[in-house]
Unconditional design. Structure first.
Length: 142
């Protein structure tokens, strides 16, 4: 499961931009990575203006994205750099509309052995069971 948690200052991202980002993120993981769409979660947290600091100073306009990868692992340094660049390009269309915004992201990877959905251990990557989950866009015993 990729979980994107997007922290942002008030008024930084419009409702339309939040919708756009959530759809773009889900499309990427479903269409490019091959994950079932329901594996993808995007959470938006507006941080009060007096609660967002960059470099020890209040930041009136900032976005911080925390990306957690569980369903897939990035195998090596070259692939990690490529993934970071690709995800940066994914964020750029929205973020470039706000040149005054400080934005950054990072990716964490967690063991898939510590992950369940609806009480079920997700099927192995690319397996027929995972493909069935993707087609149904829902979990099912396998």
């Amino acid at each position: 499961m990729p979980l994107w948690t997007i922290y942002h200052s008030p008024g930084t991202l419009t409702a339309g931009e939040r919708d756009e980002l959530a759809k773009t993120v889900a499309d990427f993981y479903a269409d490019v990575v091959g994950l079932p769409r329901f594996y993808v979660m995007t959470l938006f947290h507006e941080v009060p203006a007096d609660g967002f600091y960059v470099g020890g100073e209040p930041s009136g306009r900032a976005v911080r994205v925390v990306i957690e990868h569980i369903a897939r692992r990035i195998p090596d340094s070259t692939a990690r750099r490529r993934a970071a660049a690709r995800l940066s390009r994914l964020l750029a269309p929205v973020m470039e509309r706000h040149p005054d915004v400080h934005w950054e992201f990072h990716i964490d990877e967690t063991s898939e052995e510590l992950w369940m959905i609806n009480g079920l251990v997700p099927p192995p990557a690319g397996s027929p069971a995972e493909q069935a989950w993707a087609a149904a866009n829902a979990t099912a015993p396998y």
